[in-house]
Design a protein around this ligand. Structure first.
Ligand code: G3P
Length: 227
C-alpha cells in the first residue's frame, strides 16, 4: 500500500463518530479525488468497518493488539483488521501507549497480514528506535502539541528535520510522518518542506465546523506549487 499524504485520525471526538465518521471519510475521498492528494482515515474502532465499506481511501485502526484470533476478550487483532478491509493501524499513539514488546509484535503481525504499521513516537530519538522495528512508517508527534492547534512543523521544525535525517540515514525504507497541532494548509506545506512523507492530524478536521473546506485547505498545502 502506498502511504497517503494526509492521514486524518478521528480519535473519539463526538463530532466524528458514527455516521459523521462515514461522512468525513467520504469528504476526504472526494477532496482527494479533486486535488490528487491522497487521504487516509483512522476512525474509532467501532466505526472502522462501516467506514471501510463506504470509501475507497485507506482506513487505518487507531490501535491494534498483537494477538492471534481465539480466546481473547476485548482485543482487536491484525487479522481482524485485514478481514474487515482496513489497510493498517496506528501503533503506540501518545493517547494509547504500548509496551515496546507489544509494539514490536504488532509491527511484525501487521506485516504478516500485509498491512501497514504506523508507529507513533514522541521525540526524534524514540522515532529512530521505532524505525529500527521496520514499520511502514514512524509518526513523530510531540505530545505537548497534540490538540493545541500549534503545528509541530512550525513550533519544532528542527526536531522534524532531525527525525527525517536520522530515520532516512539508517532505515531508508521507513517512511516519516509528523503530526501534532497541524491545522492549516500552511502547516502542511511546511511539514512537507521539512521532508516528511506524510502528515497525521486530527482535531483540525474532526472538529471542523466545515470539514470539506478544511480538507480542501489541507490538501492545497500538500500540493507542490506547480500543481
Ligand atoms: O494522531 C494525530 C494526533 O495525535 C494529532 O492531533 O489534534 O493535534 O491534530 P491534533
Amino acid at each position: 500500500m502506498i502511504l497517503p499524504d494526509i492521514i486524518v485520525n478521528l480519535k473519539l471526538y463526538r463530532e466524528a463518530i458514527g455516521q459523521r465518521a462515514v461522512q468525513i471519510a467520504r469528504l476526504a475521498e472526494e477532496v482527494g479525488r479533486e486535488t490528487g492528494v491522497a487521504f487516509g482515515i483512522a476512525p474509532s474502532l467501532m466505526d472502522a468497518w462501516a467506514v471501510a465499506r463506504e470509501v475507497d481511501i485507506p482506513v487505518f485502526a487507531q490501535h491494534v493488539d498483537p494477538v492471534e484470533p481465539g480466546a481473547r476478550t476485548g482485543h482487536v487483532s491484525p487479522r481482524l483488521l485485514r478481514e474487515y478491509g482496513l489497510k493498517g493501524s496506528l501503533i503506540n499513539h501518545s493517547e494509547r501507549r504500548m509496551r515496546l514488546a507489544d509494539v514490536r509484535a504488532a509491527v511484525r503481525m501487521l506485516r504478516g497480514e500485509g498491512l501497514a504499521s504506523i508507529v507513533c513516537a514522541g521525540d526524534p530519538e524514540e522515532s529512530l528506535a521505532a524505525a529500527a522495528l521496520k514499520p511502514t512508517a514512524v509518526a513523530f508527534e510531540p505530545p505537548e502539541l497534540i490538540g493545541t492547534g500549534v503545528s509541530v512543523s512550525k513550533a519544532r521544525p528542527e526536531a522534524v528535520t532531525r527525525t527525517v535525517n536520522a530515520v532516512r540515514s539508517k532505515f531508508e525504507e521507513v517512511a516519516v510522518i509528523c503530526g501534532a497541532g497541524v491545522s492549516t494548509g500552511e502547516d502542511v506545506r511546511r511539514a512537507f518542506e521539512l521532508g516528511v512523507d506524510a502528515v497525521l492530524l486530527a482535531s483540525a478536521v474532526a472538529r471542523a465546523p466545515r470539514p470539506r473546506e478544511k480538507l480542501l485547505e489541507l490538501a492545497r498545502g500538500a500540493m507542490a506549487p506547480e500543481d
